[in-house]
Design a protein around this ligand. Structure first.
Ligand code: AMP
Ligand code: MG
Length: 393
């Protein structure tokens, strides 16, 4: 058994970066950039009006101003603004030479067909200066960044129409267990439905990788061996659920080894999730996750997800929210780092919810997040700041 931190390091150190590919920007949402994006222009590219109004000289604000021309967005001004002159200008329009401010149209009055006066008391400049946001040639998005919504906008702004991104890992998923039936079936007495196959598919997709579900392997050498061979041949990563603890039918670690995987660990000091297996081979990686559905979730979230991102060159930093614990929290044993489900409370804090242990996935479905109780800690007092890891995304 190894500490969680060591398991994490072992996994992350094993990751090999995948190849890259180009994708059209409209399909690049949430992909991981494989190359810096550099700006090919200043932003704004010229002194730009922030308002609809009149561009003029601040020193002339008390005077009647002659309107020389109209400057819509996308037009290059022809005239220079001199004493007691102005140009009508639209938001995004190019501020003409000579002007040092734009007065808002709401603060003006028309005097004749070709003159106006300023009716306000004072005005801001309302000019967004050239290169204020970004200078041409600077890095606007770094390699390894996830192309979130604002980053898609930035990529588009600087002409990155076909970003170079990391290939998405192909992940083959196998559920194991003689007791399992698929969700469309009503389980006969003594059997249960396979939920892990599907939570893993969803979790893989949420991490930006490509899941393929291969079905249920039975707890026999023959069934597991055949399935592992098929999945290994077509994927970068195999994820299996179940069959990794100490029971007579827990054959998964042995068969992963038989299929060329070197197992780097088989047990981790974490609750839930102790019997977690990780292995490497030249062609693929494998995870054997414990079968209890909360254990499957927690080990995926803490170990598999950062690994899948690392294959794509991205450092996954889970969002944590610091919040005050609403009540005293105690536990009897403190031999492992534990994760428990919590909900946000009406008074702005956080509280543990009813949780019966690692098979109680229903509890997780109601939770807003999870908190960690470190190894060696048996009690956390009401009012302590705890860090909530969000889980419903
Ligand atoms: P195992 O890790 O195979 O010993 O399984 C531990 C517990 O998780 C057992 O109660 C299994 O029935 C349950 N389990 C295993 N695989 C699944 C699955 N795919 N979906 C739901 N529960 C499972
Ligand atoms: Mg089993």
């Amino acid at each position: 058994m190894i500490p969680f931190e060591e398991a994490f390091r072992t996994i992350m150190d094993s990751a090999r970066k995948l190849e890259t590919e180009e994708v059209p920007i409209e399909q690049a949402y949430n992909r991981i950039l494989a190359k810096d994006v550099t700006s090919d222009m200043d932003m704004p590219p010229f002194d730009k009006s922030a308002m609809d109004g009149y561009a003029c000289r601040r020193e002339d604000l008390g005077n009647e101003l002659a309107v020389l021309e109209e400057i819509p967005a996308g037009y290059v001004p022809r005239r220079t603004i001199s004493r007691n002159e102005c140009a009508k200008i639209m938001t995004g329009g190019m501020v003409p030479e000579g002007a040092d401010c734009v007065i808002m149209v709401e603060h003006t009055k028309k005097i004749t067909d070709s003159t106006i006066v300023f009716t306000g008391k004072e005005t801001k400049g309302n000019i967004r200066p050239k290169a204020h946001h970004v200078k041409k040639g600077s890095v606007v998005l770094a390699r390894g960044a996830k192309l979130t919504v604002p980053r898609i906008a930035v990529a588009a702004s600087y002409g990155c129409a076909i970003p170079l991104v990391s290939r998405r890992p192909k992940v083959g998923i196998i559920a194991t267990g003689n007791e399992l039936v698929e969700p469309h079936e009503k389980p006969p007495f003594s059997k249960i439905r396979n939920s892990n196959g599907y939570q893993i598919c969803a979790h893989v997709a949420s991490a930006g990788a490509v899941p393929t579900y291969y079905g249920i392997a039975r707890d026999t050498e023959q069934s597991l061996d055949g399935m592992i061979k098929t999945v290994k041949a077509a994927n970068d990563v195999i994820i299996m659920s179940g069959g990794v603890s100490m029971g007579d039918y827990d054959l998964v670690p042995g068969l992963l080894e038989k299929n060329g995987f070197r197992l780097l660990f088989e047990r981790v000091e974490i609750k839930p999730g102790r019997p977690t297996v990780f292995g490497v081979s030249d062609e693929a990686f494998c995870f054997g996750l414990p079968g209890n559905p909360v254990s499957t979730f927690v080990t995926f979230e803490l170990l598999v997800k950062p690994f899948l991102y690392k294959l794509m060159g991205h450092t996954f930093r889970p969002p944590f929210m610091p919040m005050l614990l609403d009540h005293d929290l105690t536990r009897k044993k403190a031999d492992r780092t534990a994760w428990i489900p919590v909900v946000f409370t009406d008074n702005g804090g956080v509280a543990a919810i009813e949780y019966h242990g690692s098979d109680h996935i229903h509890s997780l479905s109601k939770a807003d997040g999870m908190i960690c109780i470190p190894m060696g800690i048996t009690e956390i007092k009401k009012g302590t700041t705890v860090h909530v890891r969000s889980i419903q995304s």
